[in-house]
Design a protein around this ligand. Structure first.
Ligand code: CA
Length: 388
C-alpha cells in the first residue's frame, strides 16, 4: 500500500471573545489537519500543533517539503518514513516547525495502520491500561481587564469548571508575580479547599520571580506549576523543582527523543507534558514516553487543537503504562480546553461529546474503539472553515 497524496487543511474562525496567555492575546482559533491517502483508498488523519500563520507555514512544509520525499513510499512503514524525513531535514529542523509538520504526517500514518489492521490506536500500541480517562478542564484565560475584575472572573469560572464535572482545573497566569498570586488565590477560593488546580505560566518568569510565585502556589496547595521559566532554561527548572513543594511541569515546547533526553537528565520535571502533534508524532511520542518512564517521570500529555488531536491523545493516555503501579495508582489526565472550540466539538460526523461525558461519568471520558483513531471528519465542515 503506497502513499498517494498528502494534503493539509488549515481551518480558522473568529472566536466569540479574545483570549490571552502570558505571551499574547488571540482572537482566532486555528487547526491544521493532515490528510494522507493511499493507492488503496484508505485515508488517515493527523494534526500539526501551531496556530495562525505558523499553521500556514507548516502546511507548506507538509505539502512541499515532506510530501515529495515520501509520496509513493509504503504507507505502513511509518518508522522508516519517520527516519527518512528526519534524517533529510536534520540540517534544517531538529526542533520546531519541521517537527510539527512531521508529527501530523506520522499521526495520519498510524491512523492508516490501525484501519488496515482493524484495530484502534491504543490496541496497536499494546492495549488499554484504562478504558476511561479522568479529564481536567482548563480555562481562566487572561483578558484585557483590571486585575480586580479578572479575580472575580477567575473565581466564578473556576467554580463553574468544577461544577461542570471536571476532575481538576488549570488557570493561566502571566500578569506579573504579585497580580498572578492574587489570581491564584481567587481560583483556590473558587474551587474550594479540596479540589485540584494547576497554574500555567507559559514560560513568562525569571527564575527568581518563578520562586516568588511558586512559594504562593505551595501555600495554596496547587497541584502543578506549568512552564514557569523558558523551556531552554534547564538549570532554572532544576532549581525550582529542588526548591518548591508544588510539582514542576513542562515539556510542551520540547521536541523528539534527543531534546527530551536532555530535559529529563537535568531532573527539572516532576510531571512531563509531551505534545504529540509537535514533538514528532506518535512514533516519537512512544519513544519519549519510554524515556520519561525510564526516568520515573510521570506523564500528562499536553493537548491542544481539534478532535483529531484530542482523540489521538485519548488513545495514547489509554495505552500509557502505570507508573509505578499499585492498588491506587497515579493516573494521567486528559487536558481539555473549556473555551470555545468548534474544531474539537463539531469537526466529526460523530462528535466526541466530552463535556457531556464528563458531566455524566464523574469527570471521565470513554476511550474510542473504532479502527485507527476511530474518527470520521466532516468534509463539508472542513471545506467551510478552510483558509488555505
Ligand atoms: Ca501549557
Amino acid at each position: 500500500m503506497k502513499i498517494a497524496e498528502i494534503k493539509s487543511h488549515v481551518l480558522q474562525y473568529d472566536l466569540p471573545e479574545e483570549l490571552g496567555y502570558s505571551q499574547q492575546f488571540y482572537a482566532r482559533r486555528t487547526a491544521h489537519l493532515v490528510e494522507v491517502t493511499t493507492d488503496q483508498g484508505i485515508t488517515g488523519w493527523g494534526e500539526c500543533f501551531g496556530p495562525g500563520n505558523v499553521a500556514i507555514a507548516n502546511k507548506a512544509i507538509v505539502e512541499r517539503v515532506i510530501a515529495p520525499m515520501i509520496v509513493g513510499d509504503d504507507a505502513l512503514a511509518r518508522d522508516v518514513i519517520w527516519h527518512k524525513v528526519y534524517n533529510l531535514l536534520r540540517d534544517h529542523g531538529q526542533k520546531g516547525m519541521p517537527m510539527q509538520a512531521l508529527s501530523g504526517v506520522d499521526i495520519a500514518l498510524w491512523d492508516i495502520a490501525g484501519k488496515v489492521a482493524g484495530m484502534p490506536l491504543h490496541a496497536m500500541i499494546g492495549g488499554a491500561h484504562r478504558n476511561t480517562i479522568s479529564v481536567y478542564g482548563y480555562g481562566m484565560m487572561l483578558r484585557r481587564e483590571p486585575v480586580a475584575e479578572l479575580e472575580a472572573r477567575f473565581r466564578n469560572e473556576a467554580a463553574a469548571i468544577r461544577d461542570a464535572g471536571f476532575s481538576a482545573t488549570k488557570m493561566k497566569i502571566g500578569l506579573g508575580p504579585k497580580e498572578d498570586i492574587r489570581l491564584a488565590k481567587a481560583v483556590r477560593e473558587g474551587v474550594g479547599e479540596d479540589f485540584r488546580f494547576m497554574a500555567d505560566a507559559n514560560h513568562c518568569y525569571t527564575t527568581s520571580d518563578a520562586f516568588y510565585v511558586g512559594r504562593a502556589l505551595d501555600d495554596l496547595d496547587a497541584y502543578w506549576f506549568e512552564e514557569p521559566v523558558a523551556p531552554e532554561d534547564h538549570d532554572g527548572y532544576r532549581e525550582l523543582r529542588a526548591g518548591l513543594k508544588v510539582n514542576i511541569s513542562g515539556g510542551e515546547a520540547e521536541f523528539n527523543r534527543w531534546g527530551w533526553r536532555a530535559l529529563l537528565e537535568n531532573r527539572g520535571l516532576d510531571i512531563a507534558q509531551p505534545e504529540v502533534c509537535a514533538l514528532g508524532g506518535i512514533s516519537e511520542y512512544l519513544r519519549v514516553l519510554a524515556l520519561c518512564h525510564a526516568h520515573f517521570t510521570p506523564v500528562v500529555n499536553h493537548v491542544w487543537g481539534s478532535a483529531v488531536a484530542v482523540t489521538a491523545n485519548m488513545h495514547l493516555l489509554a495505552a500509557m503504562p502505570p507508573l509505578p503501579g499499585g492498588l491506587h495508582p497515579w493516573e494521567p489526565m486528559l487536558e481539555f480546553d473549556t473555551t470555545d472550540n468548534k474544531f474539537r466539538d463539531e469537526l466529526l460526523l460523530e462528535p466526541l461529546n466530552i463535556q457531556d461525558q464528563v458531566k455524566r461519568n464523574g469527570g471521565r471520558v470513554i476511550v474510542p474503539t473504532g479502527p485507527g483513531l476511530g474518527i470520521e471528519p466532516d468534509r463539508e465542515f472542513i471545506a467551510h472553515y478552510s483558509v488555505s
